[in-house]
Design a protein around this ligand. Structure first.
Ligand code: ASP
Length: 453
């Protein structure tokens, strides 16, 4: 049995939904179909989820959002028209949206979640109607009825462990199941969504629950690429990688597959196959527990900007018990998370996302580190990019760091920081943001150009 998830661009128009239908019915193992809300049809189109967010916010503020309601309903009705589905489903969608907008507003966060979730919920109903119209046995299944229980965290819900046993019974249902992605219900029957792009998470949970043979994740690219195609043209496709490699790459900015979605599939050892709705013949990328191919030490290079580092130096830091804890406590007091923590005997650097920090808070943190920890020097460096060079093969290959450092030196990129060794599958380089692209190109040249696949 397979769980198949289709992203927003795969469901953005009637033509796309027809492709989805063909893909699903071409393989009788494709039992559960998880759908996103309609996404973008062209570059500056607006996703239905974003329209819903704007609509809910406006309704909360002004008590009306007629124009946006019309726009949202029109997205569905265009798809229904293109598919020749009877129009009554569109009235149901409009009524559902209006009822939600007029619903309980006592918690704006919950209100927003209920409206956001309607994007996938109504799309699942529409897709099910189309499948039925084509004469196929298919039914919409609600996450509530199926027992997808989640924690009480609006916009960031987490699946509750008891969901898995409940969802297992989906195996017994006859016909194809069309299941909306992105949300579940709490114990009181209230809707809560996962984080953005969370339909991937729903698919992974279902794959785990029904013990699927594979979780196919259909999107709009042929594969996960070894590097960001906007930095390197026509980069190599990754045929196979491990969950750990994918985790490191998504952390470093690869957004093809939601990072939280790996866990349920990983726990059940279910391979994830990222594929292209627009080119279903392509084998895509397989994400597995252990990989067989050993094409080289590096599987991919990811990079992301917007980081800063707080450098702290104090003579004999290594002997001072509790120094690290006190330092991190200061960050915790401001609700900050950190990304990396490379350290030496008398120095430590904390790398964190710069967006969390205002200038005033930064000054306060520096002052506290001086006053409370009696540091000799505290410096904040802004506008850093982190580059992650990822590959399980690095453990067994001698000289990968040297090759990377040499490639960066040749490209005249100064390395601000290296973190190697804390993770067995990745190496992290911090460079100035304006050198990020140059650095990534140089590393790609070194590890991929001229190397057999
Ligand atoms: N529609 C939701 C979003 O745009 C979830 C998803 O597409 O996976 O974030």
């Amino acid at each position: 049995m397979k769980v198949v998830k289709f992203g927003g661009s795969s469901l953005a128009s009637g033509e796309q939904v027809e492709k989805v239908f063909k893909i699903v019915v071409s393989d009788p193992e494709r039992k559960i179909v998880v759908v996103s809300a309609p996404g973008k049809r062209y570059a500056d189109d607006i996703k239905v989820t974003d329209l819903l967010i704007a609509c809910a916010e406006r309704y909360l503020e002004l008590g009306e959002a007629n124009e946006l309601v019309d726009k949202i309903v029109e997205r569905y009705s265009t798809i229904a028209n293109e598919l020749n589905i009877p129009a009554d489903i569109i009235n149901t969608i409009r009524e559902d949206l209006l009822a939600l907008l007029n619903g309980d507003q006592s918690s704006p966060e919950r209100y927003l979640d209920a409206i956001k979730a309607s994007g996938e919920d109504n799309n699942a109903k529409l897709v099910a109607a189309y499948f039925q119209h084509q004469g196929v046995e298919a039914s919409y299944v609600s996450p509530k009825e199926a027992g997808l229980l989640v924690s009480n965290e609006p916009g960031n819900a987490q699946v509750l462990p008891e969901s898995y046993a409940r969802l297992y019974s989906l195996r017994e249902r006859s016909g194809i199941i069309i299941f909306p992605g992105f949300f579940g219900y709490n114990e009181f029957g209230q809707v809560l969504t996962f984080s953005r792009s969370g339909s991937d998470i729903t698919g992974s949970i279902l794959a785990n629950a029904i013990k699927a043979d594979v979780y196919e994740n259909f999107t709009d690219v042929d594969a996960v690429y070894s590097v960001n195609p906007s930095i390197v043209q026509n980069p190599k496709e990754i045929k196979e990688m491990t969950y750990r490699e994918m985790r490191e790459l998504s952390y470093g900015g690869f957004s093809v597959f939601h990072e939280e979605a790996l866990l349920p599939a990983f726990r059940a050892g279910i391979p994830v196959n990222v594929r292209n709705t627009n080119n279903p013949g392509a084998p895509g990328t397989r994400i597995v527990n252990k990989r067989s191919s050993s094409a080289g030490p590096v599987v991919g290079i990811a990079s992301d900007g917007g980081f800063c580092s707080i450098y702290v130096s104090k003579y004999l830091m290594n002997r001072e018990i509790g120094f690290g804890r006190k330092l991190l406590q200061i960050l915790e007091d401001y609700g900050f998370s950190y990304e990396h923590l490379p350290s030496g005997i008398d120095d430590i650097s904390i790398i964190l996302s710069q967006g969390q920090m205002t200038e005033a808070v930064e000054n306060k943190i520096i002052e506290r580190i001086h006053n409370e920890l009696h540091a000799d020097e505290v410096k904040v460096e802004h506008d850093l990019a982190l580059i992650m060079v990822v590959g399980e093969g690095m453990r067994h290959n001698v000289g990968t760091t040297a090759r990377a450092a040499k490639a960066l030196a040749k490209a005249q990129v100064n390395i601000e920081m290296i973190n190697q060794g804390s993770s067995e599958v990745s190496m992290m380089f911090a460079v100035k943001e304006d050198l990020e692209k140059r650095a990534v190109k140089a590393l790609y040249e070194e590890f991929f150009v001229g190397v057999p696949v």
